[in-house]
Design a protein around this ligand. Structure first.
Ligand SMILES: Cc1cc2nc3c(=O)[nH]c(=O)nc-3n(C[C@H](O)[C@H](O)[C@H](O)COP(=O)(O)OP(=O)(O)OC[C@H]3O[C@@H](n4cnc5c(N)ncnc54)[C@H](O)[C@@H]3O)c2cc1C
Length: 292
């Protein structure tokens, strides 16, 4: 069994993480506890960062939001500040699992978990978020678009703690939508998911950004531009064309590779169709005001 530590300061946490043979951060514990119970977690030390002050705040910045790693997924879903500044993020965090998981799981633990099926990275990718990492060596920032390195491997190095996620403000004129398809139950992990954010591009053009979940061994990102007056059917075709070469799903209990490929393109279509319409309706319709 790993040794549990409860540091009161970030410095103390970094020191334990640097000295432990195979030390890991403990955030909300929803993933770690399952691995401990299954006997497949080979950590020497678990460093619970829950007592460290200042890691559970959502702050407004000049660029958007600074989110502490201990902010829960439920706080992201319900915070009026997140709904105002980055409504797509609020929507996507609200799609994770069920309220019980969302009330416990943390923003830092979610992204550090590194699972290819995670929902929140799809929004963080299109919003161009960055992850702040702190260790006894200092601080560094990694764009979310470079954060997922390989299957269940992220840019977090041994000894590092995620200390914030910076999310740029979602432009007022942007259209945004998240589509998630689950095979087993409504609260289940996705078999395919897609977030689209459509923002102003170069002159008379719109930039279409896509974040894809569960469709390869890591969360995926792609973007392209189209003429601002393009018919929606052309934008949907361009999105599918951009996504298709990236999609290489892992077959599992939620579906085979071919099924997930097709489902992935359905998710892309839904995300783009709604975002394009929304962007052309003269602004955002927050998801909590939308009729489903
Ligand atoms: C029943 C169930 C259903 C789920 N369904 C979904 C779903 O539909 N969509 C989805 O996206 N997710 C889903 N999840 C996954 C869930 O989102 C993650 O378990 C959760 O977000 C992990 O957050 P946590 O704070 O509990 O992390 P923890 O369990 O504490 O940690 C997870 C990993 O992150 C590391 N870590 C934690 N915090 C930090 C930090 N600050 N810095 C560096 N490393 C850190 C830990 O060392 C560990 O490797 C589901 C989980 C469960 C149990």
């Amino acid at each position: 069994m790993p040794a549990y530590h409860y540091p009161d300061t970030l410095d103390e946490a970094c020191t334990i993480l640097a000295s432990g043979e195979d030390a890991m951060v403990y955030g909300g514990g929803t993933a770690v506890q399952i691995l401990v119970k299954q006997g497949v977690l080979f950590a020497s030390d678990l460093v619970d960062i829950g007592r460290i002050p200042g890691l559970g705040e959502i702050e407004r910045t000049s660029a958007g939001l600074r989110v502490g790693p201990l902010v829960t997924l439920r706080q992201m879903e319900t915070s009026p500040l997140v709904r105002e500044v980055a409504p797509l993020a609020a929507e996507v965090y609200g799609h994770v699992a069920n309220p019980r998981v969302r009330n416990t799981a943390s923003v830092g633990g979610n992204i550090a978990h590194g699972d290819y099926r995670l929902d929140p990275p799809t929004a963080l990718l299109v919003l161009a978020a960055t992850v702040e990492l702190t260790s006894s060596r200092g601080k560094r920032s990694v764009p979310v678009r470079e954060f997922f390195v390989d299957f269940q491997k992220t840019a977090v190095e041994p000894g590092e703690v995620i200390t914030a996620i910076e999310i740029p403000r979602q432009p007022e004129s942007a259209g945004a939508h998240f589509a998630k398809y689950s095979s087993l139950s409504a609260n289940d992990w996705p078999a395919a998911s897609a977030a689209a954010l459509i923002v102003d591009g170069s002159r008379n053009r719109r930039q279409v950004r896509l974040g894809l979940g569960a469709l390869s061994h890591i969360p995926l990102f792609t973007q392209f531009e189209v003429a601002a007056d393009s018919p929606v059917e052309d934008v949907v075709s361009a999105a599918k064309e951009a996504a298709t070469p990236l999609i290489d799903p892992i077959p599992d209990v939620r579906g085979g590779s071919e099924y997930k490929k097709r489902l992935g393109l359905v998710a892309v279509e839904e995300a783009v169709r709604f975002s394009w319409k929304e962007g052309h309706d003269g602004g955002r319709t927050p998801f909590w005001r939308r009729r489903r």
